[in-house]
Design a protein. Structure first.
Length: 109
C-alpha cells in the first residue's frame, strides 16, 4: 500500500478489502499489510485490525497514520495481530476523548 503506485492509497480500504489480497487470514494463512512511507490521514474512520493480519510501516519516522476518531481508537486492535514500524497520531481537538490505539479487552478490569 502506498500513496501512489501501490494497490491501495488508504490503509482502511486495504484492510477492508482483505479477502481480495489475502484470502481468509488464519494461523496457517497469516497476512501482512505493508505501508510505504507517507502520512495517511484516515479522518474519522477507525482502522479496524483483523486477526492474523499484521500492519507494518516503513519506519516510525516515515510512515504515519493520522486520525480524528472520537470514542474509538485511530486503530482498533485485534487478537493475533501486530502493529510495527509506524507512528499513529490523533489529530482531533485538544481536550476531547480520543484514543490512539484501542485494544480489545479479554478480561474485565
Amino acid at each position: 500500500m502506498a500513496q501512489g503506485g501501490g494497490d491501495y492509497t488508504d490503509p482502511v480500504t486495504a484492510m477492508n478489502d482483505l479477502s481480495t489480497w489475502c484470502g481468509t487470514p488464519s494461523a496457517t494463512n497469516p497476512c501482512l499489510l505493508k505501508i510505504m512511507p507517507g502520512v495517511y490521514d484516515i479522518g474519522t474512520t477507525s482502522l479496524q485490525m483483523k486477526q492474523y493480519v499484521d500492519l507494518e510501516g516503513s519506519g516510525e519516522k516515515v510512515t504515519k497514520i493520522d486520525g480524528s476518531v472520537f470514542d474509538n481508537g485511530v486503530i482498533i486492535g485485534a487478537s493475533n495481530s501486530e502493529i510495527r514500524s509506524l507512528t499513529v497520531r490523533s489529530t482531533g481537538p485538544e481536550n476531547s476523548l480520543q484514543y490512539i490505539i484501542q485494544v480489545p479487552q479479554k478480561f474485565p478490569m
